[in-house]
Design a protein around this ligand. Structure first.
Ligand code: MG
Length: 337
């Protein structure tokens, strides 16, 4: 196999303001793996807070020996790559995504069939409404016209004002992501009680990663809405205690090291009675269409990455009734321009 990769900067349509900071673009590395004239496409996306960079991803990918890879032994390749370092989850995901795309193309099937998924329909995907002024919020809600579900970013000083304002301008159901923004459990519970009156379906990562297990248990027990982990759960091994602390988990390819482990996480969540969301970082259609292959299995879907960027190197996913349409042709379904 031949492995090629190059950095690519995804430009955001709107500056991305979170509890943790603002940015206007996200670094990615685009990966091509070629075998017998077929190309598998992969992508590593590196939001700064995860600690990976173009340099670290490039250095990781440069260490790989694709000439020795046998696509029939995909699980073995992924295991070997994972054993090379403790970190580099996005770099590993890029390879996993490209190899699944390639393998499915060689077999002539959509990638989801490699995981036994037959459904061609995903649940509706949420569209993120970031922080902003009233005029900006109004504009973002108008731009999200095609989506049936909105994901509201909270965790700032004016959360109550913002959510009340948004509720006054749209009837669509909300998911809320506090991005670790609430540090006091009583304050969080009070806010969640308020949200439960406003057609909010769940709350993601209300408190910091560093929150104690005891506090998470209290929050889970008293919360009037389902609590989902995002930053607190990255990989399969993080799930073991998760069902005591959370109602559900946001699974993302860039955290899980790719499709193979994300699928294993869906299996484990089912066994543990955890609800699931398939989510994303800022990603082009390349990683999003890969994640969408697993989306039919999830309770919630948040795959809005390609709709938030202005220079997608792949065709934008098709939405019907707010749901991403899965490909009927082979591979992950990402079509390069
Ligand atoms: Mg989140």
């Amino acid at each position: 196999m031949i492995l090629r990769f190059e950095p690519y900067q995804l430009q955001l349509k709107h500056p991305f303001r979170l509890a943790t900071g603002t940015r206007t673009s996200t670094s990615t590395v685009q990966v091509h793996i070629e075998l017998n004239g077929l190309v598998g496409y992969g992508e590593a996306s590196m939001p700064p807070y995860l600690g990976e960079t173009i340099e670290s991803v490039t250095a990781f990918l440069s260490k790989l020996k694709p000439k020795n890879w046998q696509i029939e032994n995909l699980a073995g390749i992924l295991q070997e790559i994972d054993s090379l370092s403790e970190k580099d989850n996005a770099a590993k995901a890029a390879i996993d995504i490209a190899l699944h795309d390639l393998k499915a193309k060689m077999l002539g099937v959509p990638t989801r069939e490699l995981f036994g998924i037959i459904a061609s329909q995903t649940p509706p995907t949420a569209m993120t409404i970031g922080m902003g002024s009233e005029a900006e919020l109004r504009q973002k809600v108008a731009e999200a016209e095609d989506f049936k579900l909105l994901k509201i970013k909270l965790g700032g000083a004016d959360d109550k004002y913002k959510i009340d304002f948004l509720r006054s301008i749209t009837d669509k159901p909300f998911l809320v992501d506090a991005n670790q923004g609430w540090t006091d459990v009583e304050v969080a519970l009070k806010m969640i009680d308020h949200l439960s009156l406003l057609n909010v379906l769940m709350v993601e990562q209300p408190m910091p990663f560093s929150t104690s297990a005891k506090t998470w248990k209290t929050l889970k027990e008293k919360s009037s809405l389902p609590i989902f982990a995002d930053e607190s759960v990255k990989r399969l091994s993080d799930l073991e205690n998760a069902s005591e602390l959370f109602h559900g988990v946001n699974i993302k390819l860039m955290k899980s090291t790719g499709l193979a482990e994300a699928n294993a996480m869906l299996n484990r969540c089912e066994q543990l009675g955890l609800q699931t969301m398939i989510g994303c970082m800022t990603e082009s259609s390349c990683a999003i269409m890969a994640a969408a292959q697993l989306a039919p299995r999830a309770n919630f879907v948040d795959l809005d990455g390609p709709f938030l960027i202005s220079n997608n190197p792949f065709e934008e996913p098709q939405l019907i009734n707010g749901c991403i349409q899965l490909n009927t042709f082979s591979g992950n379904g990402a079509i390069p321009f």
